[in-house]
Design a protein around this ligand. Structure first.
Ligand code: SIN
Length: 465
């Protein structure tokens, strides 16, 4: 097994840093330490845990510029997006610093005078997280903050492409006063660390953000130890533009939703469905705006679209575009690449395709790249059928000025997150998560702390009248 990971800048292919990979024994030791620490951390009162989380958030904010730079260097996203992600990451810590104080139990009227029924909540234990490369800070804090707030201890394995941001966040947590064994990281391949996590009896919960196939294997692996799981998996978001939509608003919001992080987000718009009466207008305005986006190194000012994370990701996007063109899609802009396989960088110019249909891979599978396919529909029923015709159910978007159309679409779309005239619904104070193959459980909001808590029911009998 390799003993280190070379972290590379996806914009240049250059090596940034080499980080140690933990051995199996070291990972087991980390698990044992986290398990032992749980006894202490879970007993620290909620107000103190909340204070430590606030301190962590503040330290991250104080080091914001440096963290954002590291993130852009290892992930490739534009610096402004990295700065935005640091804020997004601390918003989860801030929210759960508050929720730590609101883990309430309840009492229930008993059927006998001599009884009392008391229901309380307690932290579930040591939690293991596996986090993705596309949001190396926010996906980590979205898991760590509710876990720590609830009184759980936490161990994270970041993506091999982007371990540096996570390592910095864990260091700052320790500097803020959160005990070393209450929050730890381990580096290594998912195929090695994943089974160590799932098979461990000391870990009571796995939380994962990443692909659906990996999520399914973690769920299967967790069955023998009956672990709790939260899975935030793939998406294939439809965006519906109704005939009465505000087209300028739709263009603006679709650009944000589609091209943020070079189209490498689970909630990215993947399929644009436009009512036939406004398709020409939307396609023209959207293409004009997309053609203005600039591609380059995320550290350079003015860059809108950074590189694709790696060769595998690039090849998948290009194969989808070629398949669509072969089957009759029209390229409105883009379909240009800046690639050096030797050095290891892969840029895709933002691309818009028209005349796509269900026979094309791009309409069936998640894209994870800056490519927007446009198709048209005649009726809302048809739009819903196309939108729901996927195993995924993470995010969906629609644009309409009519409340009846809006509520109808809301009621019929099988997705966990819906943006109505809004391409940016994610927020720390709202539940994020999907239906069907997009996952299990929710992160964020009041729902996001629930998966870290057990329910204990006490029945007291033989009481005095
Ligand atoms: C994701 O792509 O998984 C997360 C995106 C978000 O939180 O908005």
């Amino acid at each position: 097994m390799s003993t280190s990971i070379e972290v590379r800048n996806p914009a240049t292919g250059e090596r940034i840093q080499e980080v140690n990979v933990q051995t199996t024994e070291e990972i087991q030791t980390a698990i044992e330490k986290g398990h032992k620490e749980f006894k202490k951390w879970s007993k620290i009162n909620a107000h103190e845990r909340s204070r430590l989380l606030q301190e962590w958030s503040q330290r991250i904010q104080e080091n914001k510029e440096e963290i954002a730079k590291v993130m852009t260097m290892e992930n490739g996203k534009p610096l402004s997006e990295s700065l935005g992600e640091v804020n997004y990451a601390t918003s989860y810590i801030d929210w759960y610093a508050g929720e730590a104080l609101r883990v309430y139990g309840r009492t229930v009227p008993a059927a006998a005078e001599s009884k009392r029924i008391v229901i309380s909540r307690q932290p579930i234990g040591l939690v293991a997280a596996i986090t993705p490369w596309n949001f190396p800070a926010a996906m980590m804090t979205r898991k760590a903050a509710p876990a720590l707030a609830a009184g759980c201890t936490f161990i994270v394995k970041p993506a091999e492409d982007t371990p540096l941001t996570t390592m910095t966040l864990v260091k700052l947590a320790h500097e803020a006063g959160i005990p070393k064994d209450a929050i730890q990281y381990v580096n290594g391949k998912g195929s090695v660390v994943g089974p160590l996590f799932t098979e461990s009896k000391l870990i009571r919960k796995i939380t994962f953000t990443g692909s659906t196939p990996v999520g399914k294997s973690l769920i299967k692996g967790s069955a023998d130890t009956v672990k709790h799981v939260t899975m935030e998996l793939g998406g294939h978001a439809p965006l519906i533009i109704a005939e009465d939509a505000d087209i300028d608003l739709a263009v603006n919001q679709t650009i944000f939703s589609k091209y943020r992080n070079a189209g490498q987000t689970c909630v990215c718009v993947n399929r644009i469905l436009v009512h036939e009466s406004v398709e020409d207008e939307f396609a023209e305005k959207f293409t004009k705006a997309v053609a203005k986006l600039s591609v380059g190194n995320g550290l350079d000012e003015g860059t809108d679209i950074g590189p694709i994370i790696n060769e595998k990701g690039f090849d998948k996007v290009v194969a989808q575009v070629n398949d669509a063109i072969e089957k009759g899609a029209e390229v409105l802009t883009g379909n240009e690449y800046v690639v050096d396989r030797e050095k290891g960088y892969y840029f895709i110019h933002p691309t818009v395709l028209r005349n796509v249909d269900a026979s094309m891979e791009i309409m069936q599978e998640e894209t994870f790249g800056p490519v927007a396919p446009i198709t048209s529909f005649k009726t809302l029923e048809e739009a819903i059928e196309i939108a729901n015709n996927t195993p995924y159910g993470l995010a969906a978007y629609f644009f309409t000025e009519n409340y009846k159309t809006g509520m109808y679409l809301h009621d019929h779309l099988d997705f966990g997150i819906i943006g109505w005239n809004d391409g940016a619904p994610s927020a720390a104070h709202a539940p994020f998560g999907g239906m069907k193959d997009s996952g299990l459980g929710r992160e964020g909001g009041t729902e996001g702390i629930e998966p870290y808590l057990e329910t204990k029911y006490l029945s007291v009998g033989n009481l005095l009248d």
